[in-house]
Design a protein around this ligand. Structure first.
Ligand code: PMP
Length: 369
């Protein structure tokens, strides 16, 4: 018997708003083709691996000391990268970093939401937005996307004006549906918002649309752009998310961050990965080309495919999406059932992985639609 194993969560004095909730749970299974968590399929280059290893070795000599609490060198590098990527001149004061953009989002809700406050999002969207709201005891306000999964901006503006959330989430490109929002539409939502608008650009590098970073100077007290090295940067295992915003917003986050949250090793490895950004990001074009191929092939098989500006595609319409998900898995291809009736989501992988996925799709197109 396991010590303490006789009690369950229901026996604990858990906060009321967490009772009966489910934890985030994308399956982590050992199967030949893993296309379920929107990772970058390209492994790090030998040069990047060497650079990370050397940097970690140098950092290891300092392991008896706490890391730079404010991660100034890393934030300076991130500012340089984002300035180059967006054309908006950002400085170290505009950047903040944490262990994945999930931690960035959590810190934002700790500072700007929490008990007695509300966050609004347009679902289906990233499932962690409501989970982080629950975790910070923020009231989650559920608004919806249109039936084609786009954001109806008139509706969005009305929801934001009427419900007055302290925080609005806009995910662009949106996970799990793939579409993105233009700056003019986003500007209308920001104008209507009474508080903070978090633009979650985890997939920003895959999109052809300009980044919401362009709106920071226009709305310094409102616009926060959340980004990550987990997707385009192929650094999901390194855990490094960041945001761009007005310096005052970064200052506010210092009130809630745990001191020394980014380890010496994380900071060193992320800086090494950033030094190789040109070569890593060259892979983004290959992923987009593969996405276009996968979309065209799925459509030719009779699937309906939602327009995607990211490294994944939502497609259907299955008669029974959970049953079809299992059939992909039985054939060694792990994709994602995000709970949208009749739809599944697939991450774009390497050519051979996409071929394996398309082979199963071809088979299911005649039986499962
Ligand atoms: N935002 C969105 C929209 C995502 O899809 C993800 C990852 N699935 C994240 C944030 C969080 O990623 P990470 O914590 O790895 O930066």
């Amino acid at each position: 018997v396991i010590p303490g194993g006789r009690i369950t969560v229901a026996d604990l004095p858990l906060r009321d708003n967490l009772r009966g909730k489910s934890a985030y749970g994308a399956p982590q299974l050992k199967v030949p083709v893993v296309l379920n968590t929107n990772e970058n399929p390209h492994p790090p280059s030998a040069a990047l691996i060497d650079d990370v290893a050397e940097s970690a070795r140098a950092a290891a000599a300092e392991l008896h000391r706490y890391p730079d609490r404010d991660a100034v060198a890393l934030r300076t590098d991130l500012a340089a990268y984002l300035t180059k990527a967006t054309g908006v001149a950002l400085s170290v004061e505009n950047l903040w970093a944490a262990n994945g953009s999930n931690e960035i989002l959590q810190q934002l809700l700790q500072a700007f939401a929490g008990p007695g406050r509300a966050a609004l999002g347009f679902v289906p969207s990233y499932s962690m937005h409501p989970i982080i709201s629950d975790g910070t005891d923020t009231t989650w306000l559920h608004a919806v996307r249109a039936s084609d999964f786009s954001l109806d901006v008139d509706y969005a503006v009305a929801e934001v004006s009427n419900r007055c959330p302290d925080v609005v989430f806009v995910t662009s490109p949106n996970n799990p549906t793939g579409g993105s929002i233009g700056l003019d539409d986003l500007r209308r939502i920001v104008e209507a918002a009474p508080g903070i608008v978090i633009v979650d650009e985890a997939y920003g590098e895959f999109s052809e649309r300009p980044s919401a970073v362009e709106l920071i100077d226009e709305f310094p007290a409102k616009v926060v752009v959340s980004r990550t090295m987990s997707k385009a940067f192929a650094f999901a295992g390194g855990r490094l998310g960041y945001l761009a915003a007005a310096p005052a917003i970064v200052e506010a986050l210092l009130l809630v961050r745990l001191p020394y949250h980014l380890s010496v090793l994380t900071q060193a490895a992320a800086r090494a990965a950033l030094r190789h950004s040109d070569e890593t990001l060259a892979g983004v074009a290959a992923i987009i080309a593969e996405r276009k191929r996968v979309v065209a092939e799925l459509a030719a098989m009779g699937f309906s495919v939602v327009d995607s500006d990211a490294n994944f595609v939502l497609f259907g319409r299955f008669r029974d999406a959970p049953a079809s998900w299992q059939r992909y898995l039985d054939d060694g291809v792990l994709i994602r059932d995000v709970g949208i009736p009749r739809h599944l989501r697939v991450t774009i992988g390497l050519t051979a992985e996409n071929d394996a996925f398309l082979d199963v799709s071809r088979k299911l197109a005649s039986t499962d639609l």
